[in-house]
Design a protein around this ligand. Structure first.
Ligand code: SF4
Length: 234
């Protein structure tokens, strides 16, 4: 139990052991609305709740809202991606079809991404025109979804850091997925230091040091690996 009465889903022994792997908690970017900040266009948030409590106990969460960073303020008018009749992708105002968004979202995203160092993963909001990853609707001028694309911020993030693992809130459907995510991020963070335990575990697990592959491990296998890990720690 944390001091504020909230509960982390990580076994205390596992958390303690993870913290021996990396002198500083690994840095993970999180969309600010998922971290509970009231930064959505309608002034609300989309907190991950207990998932957030668990992640905060183990990781350094870097909270960021690219639309606030671009000066759009809150509340603000909603935006969407539209494929124009000329075949161009354009960010437009939902309430003003055909009118392009005139805030510097791409420029601010490039600036922010260039300032970051040592990000180990990112947790972003699905379907957002800024933060979505393969889940953001690209609409025709008639309003039909023609494709699922990346939001402007995440597209820039992925281009700046091609090896960065990016998941959205739907990754955390079960408690073991949260534990698995934290363990994977720590193993990746500890790997460059060549720690003996990390190397042993990395060789035990079928992921070859690739966090994305680690997170893609089938459910039954990841359950078994987390249980083995926890039982080893006594
Ligand atoms: S831009 Fe991203 S962080 Fe900001 S409110 Fe939208 S989804 Fe959340």
């Amino acid at each position: 139990m944390n001091q504020d009465g909230t509960k982390t889903l990580l076994e205390p022994a596992l958390l303690q052991w993870l913290k021996t792997l990396s002198p500083q908690p690994p840095k993970v970017l999180i969309s600010a609305c998922l971290a509970g900040q009231n930064v959505r266009y309608d002034g609300r948030e989309k907190s991950l709740g207990q998932v957030l409590t668990t992640l905060s106990a183990a990781l350094e969460l870097v909270q960021h809202c690219p639309e606030m960073d671009a000066g759009m303020g809150v509340p603000r008018k909603p935006i969407q991606w539209v494929q124009t009749s000329k075949g161009q992708r354009q960010l437009q105002w939902v309430e003003q079809p055909g009118v392009a968004v005139d805030f510097p979202l791409r420029e601010r995203a490039e600036h922010w991404c260039q300032q970051q160092a040592e990000l180990h993963a990112a947790i972003i909001k699905a379907r957002s025109p800024s933060c979505g990853k393969d889940t953001t609707p690209l609409l025709s001028e008639q309003g039909d979804t023609v494709q699922w694309i990346d939001g402007v911020f995440v597209h820039t993030l992925a281009q700046t850091y091609p090896d960065l693992t990016i998941v959205d809130e739907h990754y955390f459907t079960r408690e073991v997925d949260i534990v698995w995510f934290v363990v994977g991020v720590y193993l990746q963070a500890g790997k460059p230091a060549g720690l003996e335990t990390v190397n042993l575990l990395n060789s035990d697990l079928p992921w070859q040091g690739n966090l994305e592959q680690f997170l893609d491990t089938p459910t039954q296998d990841r359950d078994r690996h987390v249980q083995t890990l926890v039982s080893r720690l006594g």
